[in-house]
Write a protein that binds this ligand. Structure first.
Ligand SMILES: Nc1ncnc2c1ncn2[C@@H]1O[C@H](COP(=O)(O)OP(=O)(O)OP(=O)(O)O)[C@@H](O)[C@H]1O
Ligand SMILES: [Mg+2]
Length: 246
């Protein structure tokens, strides 16, 4: 069964009098355990598509089926001007339980230090019982993540004191914190040197193998594309082609 499926997904942005078709009637599905990439030139809609799949933005129309749940069932998307409270709660729970997200602009909490930023998704709770961690287990796991992304010495520092690449590594560790079954990563290696980028890709590949975590990247990085089991090429918000690794 597909872990995530999008059907005829549309996202339009109104820019003054013109409409930008950022995602234009796209359909595809991703199976559990895939290491999938959305690739395409700048402005082709990769971030928009990931934000829709990650339940961060509301589609203009279409369907997103997450782990068998039709996320917006019962709502007529084109009519929604604001998010009804009940749908908002439903989406928040689905997101906290199932999804991790590495944003292109990191979205770290400025008043929290590295450790606290990474710990945050675990503190928000709502994890299914099989993934709940005791305080000691979560401490060990967060410290392991901090170590793996090479930030042990920066553990008590705040984002403003970190370089771009270091912030990106905090964002990566935070997205992995809950061991969510699906991780979206928007250009995760764009601000990293090749050694750090390789280490982080290896960490993701290991989680992919060991926990069957599904990764969905948006990327220009040919290294990520080469490691991917499924590449979805997009142009102007449309799916151009899909390739699966043999
Ligand atoms: N909030 C917004 N308001 C208006 N237009 C937007 C908004 N977000 C994205 N767009 C437009 O949608 C299109 C797709 O943008 P998107 O950020 O998804 O591209 P991308 O493929 O991620 O590009 P990049 O590789 O540069 O990150 C672009 O034309 C962009 O200008
Ligand atoms: Mg982008």
């Amino acid at each position: 069964m597909a872990i995530i499926e999008v059907q005829n997904l549309i996202k339009n942005y109104q820019m003054g009098k013109t409409v930008v078709h950022a995602v234009d009637n796209s359909s595809f599905s991703i199976e559990q355990g895939e290491f999938a990439s959305v690739s395409g030139p700048s402005g082709s809609g990769k971030s928009t598509l990931l934000n829709l799949m990650g339940l961060i933005d509301l589609p203009t129309d279409g369907k997103i089926i997450l782990n068998g749940t039709d996320v917006y069932a019962g709502y007529n998307l084109p009519d929604l001007k604001t998010l009804p409270a009940k749908l908002d709660r439903h989406i928040t729970t689905l997101r906290r339980q199932n999804l991790g997200f590495i944003f292109q602009n990191f979205n770290l909490i400025q008043v929290l230090n590295v450790y606290e930023n990474i710990e945050l998704p675990l503190k928000l709770g709502e994890l299914p019982p099989e993934r709940a961690m005791t305080k000691a287990q979560s401490e060990e796991w967060i410290n392991f993540l901090i170590d793996t992304v090479g930030l042990s010495e920066w553990k008590n520092h705040k984002p403003a004191e970190l370089s771009g690449g270091q912030r990106q590594r905090v964002a990566i560790a935070r997205a992995l914190a809950t061991k969510a079954p699906i991780i979206f990563a928007d250009e995760p290696t764009a601000n990293l040197d090749s050694k750090n980028g390789d280490q982080i890709l290896q960490l993701m590949k290991n989680l992919n193998r060991e926990l069957k975590t599904t990764f969905i990247f948006s990327t220009h990085d040919s290294k990520i594309v080469d490691m991917s089991t499924h590449v979805i090429k997009i142009r102007d918000g449309k799916v151009l082609s899909q390739e699966y690794a043999k």
